[in-house]
Write a protein that binds this ligand. Sequence first.
Ligand code: NI
Length: 166
Amino acid sequence: MAVLEIKKYPDDILKKKASEITDINGNIQKLIDDMIETMYKSNGIGLAAPQVGVSKRLIIVDISPREENNSLIVIINPQIVSTEGEVLSEEGCLSLPGFITRLKRNEKVFVKGFDRKGKEIQIETDGLLSRAIQHEIDHLEGILLIDRISPLKRELFRKKYQKIKK
Ligand code: NI
């Protein structure tokens, strides 16, 4: 396993729509293992393949406290089947270091996809897990947190980001 470099805004790969995985081969297994190691190392609760430079539809999520590491979810080709309700909460992203914003998301989601063995999985959830899954699926569509906030907030982010860059 290896810790991968996390792509940061404004890397172009973060804006690309990721492609479906048609063969869960050894390369995908290695990618999953590396993403797991990278996520835990970065203290993230989720990671999408485009964030490590691979434009494929694969996400991992683990919202358990770090010392437990026992509720890891790997979803290949995730698909949101249905949603319910709305909830406002704070969110950050490993590709936008230091940026946290309040954001409306669906409260509940029903997600379908495949696990790393290729078995079909269905997840119905709410709370932080629902939010994390929606956030990671956004990455597969090339959508970042800053694409979901108001134009005014986005402008403030850009100005702040420019300052950090200098
Ligand atoms: Ni993110």
